[in-house]
Ligand binder design. Sequence first.
Ligand code: ADP
Ligand code: MG
Length: 550
Amino acid sequence: MEKGSLSIHSENIFPIIKKWLYSDHDIFVRELVSNASDAITKLKQLSMMNEAKIEENPTFKIDVMLDEASKTITISDNGLGMTDEEIKKYINQIAFSGAEDFLNQYKDKSDKEQIIGHFGLGFYSAFMVAEKVEIHTLSYKKDAQPVIWHCEGGTEFEMKEGTRQTRGTDIILHVGDDGKDFLNEFTLKETLQKYCSFMPYEIYFTVVGKAPETDEEGHVIIEEPKPINTILPLYAKSPSDCTDEEYKEFYRNTFKDFREPLFWIHLNMDYPFNLKGILYFPKFNTEFDSLEGQIKLYNSQVFVADNIKEVIPEFLLLLKGVIDCPDLPLNVSRSFLQNDGFVRKISNYITKKVGDKLNGLFKTERETFEGFWDDINPFIKFGGLKDEKFFESIQKIYLFKTIYDKYVTLDEYLENAEEKKVFYVTDRLLQSQYINLFKAHELNAVILEHSIDTAFISHMEAKNEGVSFTRVDSDLTDHMKESDDSIDPEHIKKVQNDLTGAFKSAVGLEKVTLKIENMKDASIASMMTLSEEARRMQDMMKMYGMGSMG
Ligand code: ADP
Ligand code: MG
């Protein structure tokens, strides 16, 4: 028997990292800026632990500089820097994470939520866009010497004495063909905003050599530099410290949606997992508005991806919101989650919170809830159809808008009904004749006009034993019928048979049954009804493209 360890040749593994590890080129921005952010966090923590001596009240910041002429992008921080030993350990050894090393070393003392790095591969994403990468760094350590490291994407690197005067690190990317898109000011800025909008240290973006803006008289406008990010995003604050205006502003800035959201849910949880975020219910307006939301997922204030199905239950993707969960089991490329029961727990928690909020609104602010109903009902119905648990939590608060413009729950509707039968309208215009008839007889009916209502009706029937839904143009209710003894039953039977025959030959179908009934309402001469069952059958056939029956 022979045992041994596999040897990996870095010249083989390197191209794999460059090409395959990360799905999107733009990820280098996230990785390098989060390394800069980690470098500052580490220094702050070391200083708090009295392990590092730094100036009083330091202004920590990250600069991202684009130089189009020399085709470079520089990411610069005033964090802890690196000694040459550290470069050898953390940079030259691929997949040796300094972040993990740090966390292990200061296990009990440091706050792990703050540190982003994890896999020791992020730095190499630089080579997805750069032909050559330079590191200019000076460690915070006493008597540390500045170091320059550079590498042209192969497995060879060079290290020499550096020139950097102040503590921190510059990463200089000499952008090659693969990354030329990022030499565009707007693309780079947009990418920074995408990933770094909520990062915890101020990030400044500058274009080197760009002529300053001037006013009409040619005077240079001197603008105070503004960071591209918000270091304490609203979701990270305690809900009791946030005003409605702030919630709305956060919504506008984050989603570029200038319509006001209907309401929102601030998620704020520390135990058993850490999760913060805000979910907004957007105004859905009409059925024709695309019902498409956006849920942005963050990990320690770094953007991970949009609409991750594993964490966010599908129906919640109709909402707009941000969720930050530092405990997410992400894999190296971060946009992918490791399959984990934990992720389910997060997803269940979010669903539960949404259910709680809706129930709370219903119970304490029924009028407000009714006001939202037209907008939110497709969402809530979709949620109930998709998620059994969600359905159970909210089934008692589904509202039905009646033909009298009132909102009632199923229970409230049935309280005043003679049988467990809900009459409904699917088209207020086409069925207006029936609506009038119902009104004339003081009968109730509800409006279910949305395309999701067909499925919703079946679901409600399945979940509420004995309850059936009947469209207003289906069987007449007993209230509307009249037994008229003056007419000979034999005569009715004959007319019925004749008409049935006529119908059969007209529509070419064998299975037609006709029933003639006398209506109470003398103002309506005649009215056709089609049984609920037959109509649903017809709708189903239409749906499957089987043509219509009549
Ligand atoms: P990770 O961040 O997952 O540890 P990276 O490949 O992104 O892995 O970085 C490797 C290591 O290099 C980091 O852990 C850190 O020790 C070091 N490093 C990278 N960038 C910087 C920086 N700007 N300042 C100080 N150290 C850095
Ligand atoms: Mg990193």
